[in-house]
Design a protein around this ligand. Structure first.
Ligand SMILES: [Zn+2]
Ligand SMILES: [Zn+2]
Length: 277
């Protein structure tokens, strides 16, 4: 088993802290992990996010959030992963990078500068609205159909950008339980077609089970659609604490197998390899 999505961000960039994540992985029978720190932890990525704090339509809570991020350097993060690998810990050097329309070139240039094993692409922000911050920030009065349509459209552009190896939590727009009035089958199909064309994987993430929505990402109906399009998968907890590493991975694997999956992808230097499950 693997867990290809977790964050050290609630602790320091130290081997001692990282080892707590690996210890929990081992305890749960997870054999390989990828640490996927958010790009917004690193100074180097500030230009990708700078538009979030400019203009009259910027959200004050996003400005506050931005002021607290971008404190670290990628070189220090890479050195920590190498130190862990040197001690025999099967950990991959990953990053979870936000996609923003029109910033493809900038994101691509930054990603190419570091020897990542695995690049996870995410959409957490629509224009300047960080929709997963809290249900009390920016959701009020929104047309949910328009929100879903915009979210899927941006994610589809992320797939077409060719910047990523895998897309994270495909339907995270449901995080707080907001549901659109229709099913968006055609739009999701467009996303999977773009993913297939660009060799992208999707993760089956148990993080949604810990959120108000109480459901895996993506929903079983989307796993079925992904399987139809032969989209490879990874397994993910999106742990932010050691306790959550490998969180309910049996649920994710059960869903994968129920939809015909027999392998998961692992990555080295951004090249995928299939492992049987
Ligand atoms: Zn995320
Ligand atoms: Zn994450």
């Amino acid at each position: 088993m693997i867990d290809y999505h977790m964050h050290l961000e609630r602790g320091p960039l130290t081997l001692e802290w990282l080892k707590k994540f690996w210890e929990r992985a081992e305890m749960r029978g997870v054999q390989e992990i990828a640490i996927t720190e958010h790009a917004h932890r690193f100074q180097e990525f500030y230009p990708v996010y700078s538009h979030l704090v400019s203009g009259a339509d910027a959200y004050p809570y996003m400005e506050k959030w931005m002021a607290e991020e971008f404190k670290l350097h990628i070189g220090d993060y890479h050195a920590l992963i190498q130190e862990a690998q040197g001690q025999g810990i099967p950990v991959k050097f990953g990053i979870e990078a936000d996609y923003f329309l029109g910033k493809d070139e900038l994101i691509g240039t930054l990603l190419q500068q570091y020897p990542f094993d695995f690049v996870l692409g995410s959409v957490h922000v629509l224009e300047k609205w960080g929709f997963d911050y809290s249900p009390d920030h920016g959701w009020e009065g929104r047309d949910l159909n328009a929100v879903y349509a915009q979210y899927i459209a941006v994610l589809t552009q992320a797939a077409k950008s060719g910047l990523f190896d895998c897309l994270a939590h495909l339907d995270v727009i449901k995080v707080f339980g907001h549901r659109a009035g229709r099913d968006y089958h055609q739009e999701w199909t467009g996303l999977f077609e773009a993913m297939a064309a660009h060799g992208l994987a999707m993760e089956i993430s148990t993080a949604g089970l810990r959120k108000p929505v109480g459901e895996v990402y993506p929903a079983p109906s989307l796993i079925a659609l992904g399987a139809q399009h032969r989209i490879p998968i990874t397994i993910a907890s999106d742990a932010h604490e050691p306790e959550d590493v490998g969180f309910q991975w049996e649920v994710a694997v059960g869903l994968a197998k129920a939809h015909g999956y027999t392998t998961v992808n692992v990555y080295s230097q951004r090249r995928p390899k299939e492992l049987p499950i």
